[in-house]
Design a protein around this ligand. Structure first.
Ligand code: PEP
Length: 258
């Protein structure tokens, strides 16, 4: 693992997977597996319907695992059929919320200004956004990666002051690597993470850039965790498919601290 002061984060995004029953089964198997593991912050984002049970399972086991929402509306309440508010997420026990995930950007057409409102709102309600950014394959091939990252960071963090950016987590997730089995090479990942950290330094300052945690996401599995965690600017991972099985995700968590 790279020599860094930042505590690594191992985060799971379950997307639209797992019923309440399956969530309980996962935690029954997962929590004993990671019992006693220190030096890594673990975050799990179940679907909304399973949030309360996930928080209950973690609390009952006295575990330090944090629970996250996968998305939220920016409003506290209102006529927004099908949406969920920051207050509701918090009440259910979520500490973090994933915002700007590429599936929200590309399937549900969320743009940077909407994501910025959500980031602002999550912070206002005392939650920690996990802000996802990343380029498509076409953008990478067109050598637009840094321009895209810059636009996504600038857009989403428009109203975020220094004392709040450090409470957030950033996740670089190249869209072409999500759920495809293709992982960015260590060089590609390090280059993008370094760019993001430099951007934070120029927008805020070097102290904040040194503190903020930047996760890599995109087909992370046990087989590639070591090659990612060794990179100096990769502070952990955001895992989709490989987080659905307790055995697989607990092995990745262990890989994050080795
Ligand atoms: C994700 O959903 O953020 C993700 C990275 O998915 P996967 O690990 O399946 O590529």
């Amino acid at each position: 693992m790279a020599d860094r002061d930042r505590i690594p984060v191992c985060a799971a995004n379950w997307k639209m997977h797992k019923t309440i029953h399956e969530t309980r089964d996962f935690f029954n198997e997962f929590l004993p597996e990671i019992d006693g593991i220190t030096g890594c912050e673990i975050i799990i984002a179940p679907p909304f319907t399973a949030l309360k049970d996930a928080c209950g399972a973690v609390a009952q086991a006295g575990s330090a695992v944090s629970i996250a929402g996968q998305n939220m509306h920016y409003a506290e309440q209102g006529a927004y059929t099908g949406e969920i508010s920051p207050v509701m997420l918090k009440e259910a026990g979520a500490r973090y919320v994933i915002l700007g995930h590429s599936e929200r950007r590309h399937i549900f057409k969320e743009d940077d200004s909407l994501i910025a409102r959500k980031v602002r709102s999550a912070l206002d309600y005392g939650m920690h956004p996990v802000l996802c950014i990343g380029e498509t394959l076409e953008e990478r091939e067109g050598e637009l990666t840094t321009r895209i990252l810059e636009a996504q960071l600038g857009g989403a963090l428009d109203n975020v002051p220094p004392q709040q950016i450090i409470t957030m987590i950033l996740a670089y997730e190249p869209v072409w690597a999500i759920g495809t089995g293709k992982t960015a090479t260590p060089e590609q990942a390090q280059e993008a993470h370094r760019f993001v950290r430099n951007w934070i330094e120029s927008r805020y300052d070097s102290g904040i850039a040194d503190q903020i945690r930047i996760l890599y996401g995109g087909s992370v599995k046990l087989g590639n965790i070591a090659s990612l965690m060794v990179l100096p600017d990769v502070d952990g991972v955001l895992v989709g498919g490989a987080s659905l099985e307790a055995a697989s995700f607990s092995a990745i968590v262990k890989g994050c601290v080795q």
